[in-house]
Design a protein around this ligand. Structure first.
Ligand SMILES: C[S@@+](CC[C@H](N)C(=O)[O-])C[C@H]1O[C@@H](n2cnc3c(N)ncnc32)[C@H](O)[C@@H]1O
Ligand SMILES: [Zn+2]
Length: 275
């Protein structure tokens, strides 16, 4: 089956999760489009994703960055993070039928997490960057890939068991709307030493320090009952992904690597919350 037909089939099977991002009406799949009750139409792409975003994507993250992220994530840089998140999901005491990754980029986090789960689930990835979703649809089968804006998302209210939001901007009002009563939000945020070996090479010393206190504060204003798991380790960088490591972040834009990085620091908080 062609990628576009596969995507159409997956969306049709799960169409109760989707709504029109313009009028919030129900949608149905018709051949190669998703159409709402007011006839707003969104086309499936041959490459196997659906575009719900009617403007042109912002250019902060481009194809090269998403390809680099794909290589690095597939090489295992975040494996411990994926394992921890899969463990958290597997321990939940309700059936997890669906998982939505908001700001999924090139999709490897969603792919690796859903693959490790002891239960099967429908995985949907959403990102405003078309290049991210193109890369996701290129590499990962069996998941639904959507271009959309978190501020105008194409999903029904209170349908999602798990929301992932990994190293991406949040929209807490929207997260609350999307989560069903028992659902969990799992957000990953950087801590002060995250990617410090890169930051040391590209930033002035005084810019290098970072704290996620403000992000946590903002989170707590919307979700008060939260649990935090801190994950810290140094990942040995395989020589063949060193270049990709450098290009996986906009921090290094137009800058040369001054010295090779042997080990890179992962220092992250995984925050879990319910409505
Ligand atoms: C640092 S990247 C992280 C991507 C991916 N989660 C990862 O860790 O590889 C941040 C992502 O958030 C996406 N993003 C930013 N604003 C967004 C919005 N309003 N709606 C959806 N995605 C957004 C960007 O396009 C980008 O892919
Ligand atoms: Zn509509």
């Amino acid at each position: 089956m062609k990628k576009m037909e596969q995507a159409a089939q997956l969306i049709a099977q799960n169409n109760s999760l989707f709504c029109c991002p313009i009028c919030h009406g129900e949608v149905r799949v018709e051949k190669t489009s998703v159409i709402c009750t007011s006839q707003h139409q969104f086309d499936l792409a041959k490459k196997g994703y659906i575009n719900f975003y009617t403007k042109s994507s912002p250019k902060d993250y481009d194809k090269q960055l998403f390809e680099a992220r794909y290589q690095v994530i597939q090489s295992g840089m975040y494996d411990d993070v994926h394992q921890k998140i899969a463990e958290i999901i597997d321990k939940l005491d309700y059936p997890v039928a669906n998982i939505l990754d908001l700001g999924c980029g090139e999709g490897s986090h969603l792919q690796k997490i859903t693959q490790q789960l002891n239960r099967s689930s429908t995985g949907i990835g959403m990102d405003i960057a078309k290049d991210g979703i193109l890369t996701a649809a290129k590499y990962h089968q069996g998941l639904i890939w959507t271009v959309a804006d978190l501020a105008q998302s194409p999903f029904q209210s209170e349908k999602f068991d798990i929301l992932l939001n990994i190293l991406s901007p949040a929209n807490y009002q929207e997260f609350k709307r999307l989560l069903h009563t028992d659902g969990h939000l799992i957000k990953v945020v950087p801590r002060s030493n995250y990617l410090q070996e890169i930051r040391e090479q590209v930033m002035e010393e005084k810019q290098q320090s970072y704290t996620n206190a403000e992000v946590l504060e903002h989170f707590k204003q919307h979700f008060d009952n939260l649990e935090i798991h801190t994950i810290q380790y140094q990942w040995k960088v395989p020589e063949d992904v060193l270049k990709d490591l450098w290009f996986m972040t906009p921090l290094t834009w137009r800058k040369e690597m001054e010295q090779p990085i042997e080990r890179i620091t992962i220092d992250l908080d995984i925050i879990i919350a319910q409505k």
